[in-house]
Design a binder for this molecule. Structure first.
Ligand code: NA7
Length: 557
């Protein structure tokens, strides 16, 4: 339904749904809402579609999930017609894919670019959301769907004097369009997470000198990227739906080689051989060498020691190698990185590792960076300092549910949701890959598809039975939040100061945000909850109801 309602001062456009964000999640959600015969507007802050892959266009940006798996499965023709050129696609190719998806499904006519949603307010009397943007749009919708992404609120450190620096400053998560030429420049990179580890080797190739400012050394596994194996691609395409179905039966939503053997049940020699084999194959599959690496500290220590030994082997200068060895967290407790020649980069004469753990950055001046014990003259500075993950983009929007309660207030002690899909007190407000769902611990495209399909089915259900509003039950939500926390504490994931826990943002409550119980278990729970009549959800129905099924009737409040 599309209509226009005039209030005292403004025209408010009426749509069935608003979708916020035009990444993988938003594009598929828009398509899904349309499939249901409902109207939707998608607002996107960027000047193009692509979400994470629109913004993170820094040199070296690349996915760490196999391209054949990091793509949509909802349309067989789409799967068949798209050809990936590499095992791990680089950012431009993923962005081209998402543009292709937008064109193929004619999504753009409902997408408003360069428009940031600033508020979403629930009106209990009408069971509708009023959504406003920074361009003056006002939309009244039944369904408010946040596809804002887990890694989209880029974070720049506050360094005294930063704005006096006369060189260029970049953030990997907000990289400019067009070529940035570092030829002959003295460049600094702050941060050695995935982005820093990907961008540093690229910058080292053109910069006259590259300084990598490292606060915490990180584990990284060689990606071993290759051009697409055409034989393998043909094999996949012959059985694409089966491959995706199989992936949905796994812990990570990825067809890794999962080993069910505990690490310490085999000999030390066997472990060395197994780790070495996975190291040779490359990729994050490395963490699946044994089944208990993320739950047994001794198994994890052994794995970590193997990687440290490889770093010592690769990096020729011993002092640099020692500084690069991660010791402060279990391997995999921070998102494992994959790289192309990251550690080798330190063998170049034009690359210096600067340990800012022992001598922190104190200030910037027009000429460069001053640490506690030295000054580094720079022409450009690249922040690879990460994101206010999972909740950061939602926190930027003034979201108000029942009785005008702000989401920021409800989540002041950490995000609270039921299944990462809904949060009690915010009816018809859905989050795709929200906190409390497996999201970034999985192949996020698989998680996104599962969420979009779940939300689509919920909307179809509400429409079929003329239900006005669906909400999470507060008690059930409390139980889910406790469960998410408890599951995380069964693993080693909580032993790092990671963005999973919000530990990278000063003042952010330390709560493990994604659901660590695995994709398969989570998906089954979601399906069972629906089969039991949307157990743990509350339905509100105002007008006279047509026939409602028993399951719906019992849950109507
Ligand atoms: P990450 O993984 O959060 O890494 C950020 C890096 O920046 C990390 O090494 C941080 O060190 C460092 N950092 C952050 N703030 C500072 C300050 N103030 N000073 C010095 N160093 C700092 O972000 P990425 O963009 O690399 O990757 C995010 C995800 O995107 C990744 O996991 C993939 O899933 C894709 P710290 O470890 O906090 O000491």
């Amino acid at each position: 339904m599309t209509a226009c309602r005039k209030t005292q001062n403004e025209a408010i456009l009426e749509r069935d749904a608003v979708v916020v964000g035009a990444g993988f999640a938003g594009l598929y959600m828009l398509h899904k809402v349309r499939e249901l015969g409902r109207s939707a507007t998608l607002f996107e802050a960027g000047s193009g579609v692509g979400g994470t892959w629109f913004w993170n266009r820094y040199p070296g940006a690349r996915c760490d999930v196999d391209s054949l798996e990091y793509s949509f499965s909802f349309c067989e023709e789409l799967q068949q017609e798209w050809n990936w050129s590499e095992r791990f696609a680089a950012q431009p190719e993923i962005l081209a894919y998402l543009n292709h998806v937008a064109d193929r499904f004619d999504l753009s006519r409902d997408i408003k670019l360069e428009t940031r949603v600033v508020s979403a307010v629930y009106d209990e009397t009408r069971a509708r959301w009023t959504v406003r943007t920074d361009r003056g749009d006002a939309l009244s919708v039944r369904y408010c769907i946040m596809a804002t992404g887990c890694l989209s609120a880029a974070r720049e450190p506050e360094i005294p004097g930063l704005y006096t620096f006369k060189g260029a400053v970049y953030h990997t998560g907000r990289w400019p369009h067009g070529e940035v030429d570092f030829t002959g420049k003295r460049v600094g990179v702050v941060g050695t997470g995935s982005s820093g580890i990907q961008v540093a080797p690229m910058l080292a190739k053109s910069a006259s000198h590259l300084y990598v400012f490292q606060r915490t050394p990180n584990f990284s596994i060689p990606a071993r990227n290759t051009p697409t194996d055409l034989y393998r691609e043909r094999q996949w395409k012959a059985v694409y739906p089966e491959m995706h179905r199989e992936a949905r039966e796994t812990t990570a939503g990825i067809l890794y080689e999962y080993n069910t053997t505990p690490a310490l049940s085999v000999s030390e020699e066997q472990r060395r051989n197994d780790f070495a084999a996975r190291w040779r194959t490359g990729g994050v599959n490395f963490l699946r060498t044994y089944c208990d690496i993320m739950v047994d500290k001794s198994a994890n220590d052994d794995d970590a020691e193997f990687v440290r030994a490889r770093i010592r082997e690769i990096v020729k200068d011993e002092r640099t190698a020692e500084k690069l060895l991660p010791h402060d967290h279990p391997i995999g407790a921070k998102r494992i990185c994959t790289d192309t020649d990251y550690f080798d980069t330190y063998n170049r004469d034009n690359v210096t590792l600067v340990d800012i753990r022992t001598a922190p950055i104190e200030a910037m001046s027009p000429e460069g960076v001053r640490t506690k014990d030295a000054f580094y003259e720079l022409d450009a500075l690249v922040f690879a300092t990460g994101f206010d993950a999972v909740t950061g983009s939602l926190a930027k929007i003034d979201i108000r549910g029942r009785s005008g309660r702000a989401l920021s207030e409800k989540w002041a002690g950490g995000p609270r949701s039921y299944l990462g899909l809904m949060t009690a007190g915010f009816p018809n407000f859905f989050t795709i890959t929200g906190p409390g769902s497996p999201s970034i611990l999985t192949n996020v495209v698989v998680s996104i598809e599962q969420h979009v399909e779940w939300i689509g089915a919920a909307i179809a259900h509400l429409e079929a039975y003329s239900v006005d509003a669906m909400d999470a039950d507060a008690e059930t939500e409390n139980a889910w939040v406790a469960h998410v926390d408890e599951v995380a504490h069964r693993t080693l994931l909580v032993l790092a100061n990671s963005w999973y826990l919000g530990a990278n943002i000063p003042g952010k409550p330390r709560v493990f945000m994604p659901y660590a119980g695995g994709f398969k278990v989570y998906r089954q729970k979601c399906e069972e909850i629906v089969a039991r009549g949307y157990e743990g959800f509350i339905f509100e129905k105002r007008g006279s109801a047509p026939h409602a099924p028993a399951a719906l009737e019992t849950s109507l409040s």
